[in-house]
Design a protein around this ligand. Sequence first.
Ligand SMILES: Nc1nc2c(ncn2[C@@H]2O[C@H](COP(=O)(O)OP(=O)(O)OP(=O)(O)O)[C@@H](O)[C@H]2O)c(=O)[nH]1
Ligand SMILES: [Mg+2]
Length: 316
Amino acid sequence: MDGGELAVRLRARDHGAAAAVLNLVENRTPPARAAAAELLRDLSPAALGGEPAAHVVGVTGPPGVGKSSLLSRLIAEWRSQDRSVAVLAVDPSSRGSGGALLGDRARIEHDPADERVFIRSTASGGRLGGVAPATRAAAAALAAAFDVVVIETVGVGQSETDVADIADTVAVIVQPGSGDVLQFLKAGIMEVPDVLVVTKSDLGGAAARALADVRSALASLRDGDIPALAVSCLAPPTGIAALVTALDAHRAGIDLADRRIRGRRRQALREFAAEHGERGVRALGGQRAVERWLDARDPGLDVAALVDALERAAGA
Ligand SMILES: Nc1nc2c(ncn2[C@@H]2O[C@H](COP(=O)(O)OP(=O)(O)OP(=O)(O)O)[C@@H](O)[C@H]2O)c(=O)[nH]1
Ligand SMILES: [Mg+2]
């Protein structure tokens, strides 16, 4: 369990190190936590001399809309562009919260002999649609080695804000005939997606209507500049290359460092609050004060280092 050694392997883009990274960040023993902290420190933007070049993509949507099927297709597309891909799927099924009907649920398909694809399901850590600290840590570490890092989460509504703080680009996936997401968007419950995907476009008229509905809802939200695309993941798949183009275009259009820095600070605040409760936040003068305090930290610090600093400041 040597965090420094793993960091060196990831910086050399050794994709074979990914499994060891996941095992490390999921291990809650004190020596493993220390090694994970070392790993993340060695891979922080401060240590790397800048943000890692990976595109971190969030793929989120209600149970059974076709997220895993879509990822199979996206992986094939990314690989055809010679990009390496790591997928961290946050699996809430252990909590009995549903998902695609048992047996109807697709696995993410890929060529098992392809060492430049890594896929791992992790537990959601108790929050539906939430992203466990281990997943957040794994994504940060793997971004040093892979071209694309995907976090797949199940959820609609507030739960997807976790992934918005980790990902450069969030794609929200909906299927024809489901009004939830539209309602959430209109009610402002849901963070606005960066790209909206209507899947199962092979369903014909229902899919076309869903796309039109989504487009009009988005147009009323934010200058109409959020792309909405239709895809089908049945063979032969359609719309996948256009989706990759839209994801890339979003990434090219943002201030990447700014988004990531703010995301890390929000994650640190959320993690600190989860660990120390309202009391912990109050001890630091309340949420606003903590936010201001975080804003004054070195922008290259990783989330664990920020949480550490908060704990020291709180004397916790
Ligand atoms: N017709 C059609 N069916 C699809 C398409 N994509 C997925 N499906 C089907 O929809 C069901 C659910 O697909 P999954 O990929 O497992 O969906 P998911 O969102 O990953 O599901 P959870 O992980 O349980 O939340 C499966 O039966 C798929 O075969 C599509 O493009 N067209
Ligand atoms: Mg799935």
